[in-house]
Design a protein around this ligand. Structure first.
Ligand code: ADP
Length: 274
């Protein structure tokens, strides 16, 4: 409606300009809708643990003469509090990756260091589930970008691989150089033998707050923000993240990033200094 009215008014200026204006309006409206959804989602996600904490604290008060029940409720309060903390942390991460220019303090980052950091992040959980972690090909590879953001991206992929896999399975992290046109790319693939992701869900898992199974994801402390962060980091570094999966067999998430010292980042630093 509005877009059409505008386009009628500026029509004499030429169809190219009209098209640009209409596209701008549509894009502005889409961004506004996404923002509104996001705020609604955040409110909902925050209300869930806060509501649970409030109910549980009432339960603790009612059960004051039953120490066992108090302990049980307190344990559940701790789970909700942890969940709330990780949600807030991920919101901060997300806003950080969206607002900061990742290439402002870009540097060559060793892939083996990123991988070690990602594994350390979920060492405890992997140990509890007796999941074996295997790495390969990471030596002597360097990607170009913001160390903190890259660590968050790979960390999320490895964390998911562990979270969505049954006990006594294997998570593999393999890196290699991909000779690509316009500059070399480094590929880091995280493969699990987990539950897999259906084709329908594969289209949506990179959306903020999208979870295939909210109940399961909540158990593992999931927020539905992890893959949105990964996607944002990949794109802002001039890379991408893709997924392959077979239900019941496992998934592979592949992160492709510009190699440090490649043609691309030399171009980029030239652009920035001029
Ligand atoms: P969450 O915090 O819920 O893990 P993510 O954004 O990281 O959120 O992932 C979104 C959803 O994608 C998850 O809830 C899960 O359903 C699915 N998913 C992500 N990684 C995997 C994986 N390796 N195997 C199976 N499902 C996965």
């Amino acid at each position: 409606g509005e877009a059409l009215a505008v386009s009628a008014r500026v029509a004499p200026l030429g169809s190219r300009l009209v098209l640009l204006l209409v596209e701008d309006l549509t894009e502005a409206r889409r961004i506004e809708a996404v923002r509104r959804d996001f705020v609604a989602n955040v409110s909902h996600e925050l209300k869930t643990p806060v509501g649970a904490l409030s109910l549980l604290s009432e339960a603790v008060m009612d059960a004051s003469d039953d120490p066992e029940a108090v302990t049980r409720f307190a344990g559940r309060m701790q789970i909700e509090a942890t969940r709330l903390t990780s949600l807030v942390q991920e919101l901060i991460d997300l806003s950080r990756v969206q607002n900061d220019d990742p290439l402002e303090d870009a540097e060559p980052v060793r892939v083996d260091e990123l991988v070690t950091e990602a594994i350390d992040r979920c060492r405890h959980q992997a140990g509890t589930k007796q999941i074996t972690m295997a790495t390969g090909g990471t030596a002597d590879l360097h990607v170009w970008g913001n160390r903190g953001q890259l660590a968050a991206a790979l960390g999320n992929l490895v964390e998911n691989a562990v979270n969505y896999s049954p006990a006594r399975t294997r998570v593999g992290i393999a890196a290699r150089r991909l000779p690509a046109t316009g500059g070399d790319l480094i590929e880091v693939a995280v493969t699990d033998q987990g539950i897999g992701i259906s084709e329908k869900d594969r289209e949506r898992i990179f959306e903020r707050f999208y979870r295939v199974d909210p109940a399961r994801s909540r158990q593992t402390g999931g927020t539905g923000l992890g893959l949105a962060i990964v996607k944002h980091v990949a794109a802002s570094h001039g890379g991408e993240v893709t997924v392959w999966s077979a239900e019941g067999q496992g998934s592979t998430f592949t992160l492709r990033l510009p190699e440090a010292g490649s043609v691309r980042d030399r171009d980029r630093s030239r652009d920035r200094s001029s």
